[in-house]
Design a protein around this ligand. Sequence first.
Ligand SMILES: [Cu+2]
Length: 155
Amino acid sequence: MDRPRISGFLVPLMLAWPSGVSAHGLDILSGNALPVRAGGDTAVYLTIGNEAFHNERLIGATSEIANKVELHADRDGRMVPVNGIEIPLDDRIDMRQTGHHIMLIGTKSDLTVGSVLRLRLQFGKNRFQNVMVRVGKGGAPAAASPAPQGGGHGK
Ligand SMILES: [Cu+2]
């Protein structure tokens, strides 16, 4: 079973790192989450670049601060769950532009502006990437965790 290579890492250290740390050729270029009170739902927006040698697909995410995490798309002003978010080869997606977000359902604590949450992104059956996302206004870069795991992805 794959486990994060870095677990329980120090948030201040991670925040000092530059954004855009890559795993599998995927770069989490920026990210932010909207503030919410405990028990509420909120959205996380990421900008992800793909410099791998093939198309990629975000297929899920988890976070210890939410009861459930879903991938959502906006369709005609309503959000609907989707099975994945495509990240084309040699391109980047900005979820704010594509109408996608990562939905945190049932947050376990208040998410206040300036706080940081950890998300574990899943890109393939056994490929995960941890990312730190700051709560607040858009544009602030997220500090990404270089925690590549999983096999079958020669580099
Ligand atoms: Cu949503």
